[in-house]
Design a protein around this ligand. Sequence first.
Ligand code: AHG
Ligand code: MN
Ligand code: MN
Length: 341
Amino acid sequence: MPAKYQPMTLNEVIIQEQSAFPYAKGELSRLLSHIGIATKIVHREVNKAGLVDILGSVGSTNVQGEKQQKLDVFANDQFIAALRSSGIVCGIASEENDEIVIFDDELSLDGKYVVCIDPLDGSSNIDVNVSIGTIFSIYRRITPVGMKAEISDFLQEGTKQAAAGYVIYGSSTMLVYTTGLGTTGFTYDPSIGEFCLSYKFMKTPEHGKIYSINEGNYIHFPMGVKKYIKYCQEIDKATNRPYSSRYIGSLVADFHRNLLKGGIFIYPSTESNPNGKLRLLYECNPIAFLAEQAGGKATDGKGKRILEFKPDSLHQRVPFFTGSRYMVDKAEEFMREFPDK
Ligand code: AHG
Ligand code: MN
Ligand code: MN
């Protein structure tokens, strides 16, 4: 008898997980399902890129002065629409919106959650058929239900995240999320239109062989990072060096590969950008939560856990070191040994 293909779907796993939170009323589960639906729509458009008029820029820039691509805007609109119609979310913070977007219809005002999102991560890879992603982070609001969401609902430490995840639109589309009960991965099966469980309790290797950093910026890096890169390139049989350099330029794709294979991803401070490039709320915090839940680490390179930063603005940036625990420890050792004046 041929084996039956009986995948567990995203919704089934979410419902199962919900039973671990006896107080939960299913809202977080429904919210994750809504994100799953928006993801399928974005997946569909990403896969048609080149066939329909979805490539290229729209001629506008976002608050960070970055050129907005059509897919950036499309994905942003899709996620906002899905979250608004969920009735569970009272507002969102997005890379593509200068200010928070408040949902003030009657249902949404009672929503208990806010979402921070990078709707399309890796924009520079859209036009060249290289993996891109979506990153999201979910918090319980701190303002009372029934009121309009406020900025304080979004400026919470990463440790307060109720859930976080990313979608990678790669050779297959995958959704990886956590609610604090481990990191779980799903692969999209287009033939049945479902995300199917493919990795339960993902564990990242404690040691790895890959380092991921934009070495084009080498001369601008802190001395500790320069020295660590040289360490990665040295020959040493005992520690499996030299390591391999792998850098896609989409945080989601670089992180996903390292999560599975073991490695370190670094976006450090540079002379011109003392806080690096990546944004705390919708890039670093969700990835840090997933990394820790998989047994990895995420810090600012100076011993501070990313999840413990108290944000003071929506689009705040932070230096980012994440991946296999011992690799992050080693990079931090170099940062301590070679401090910049
Ligand atoms: P986004 O496309 O959402 O603006 O994010 C791009 C980010 C991130 O995905 C990636 O790790 C990093 O920018 C790459 O930056 P560099 O090109 O400076 O290496
Ligand atoms: Mn991004
Ligand atoms: Mn983006």
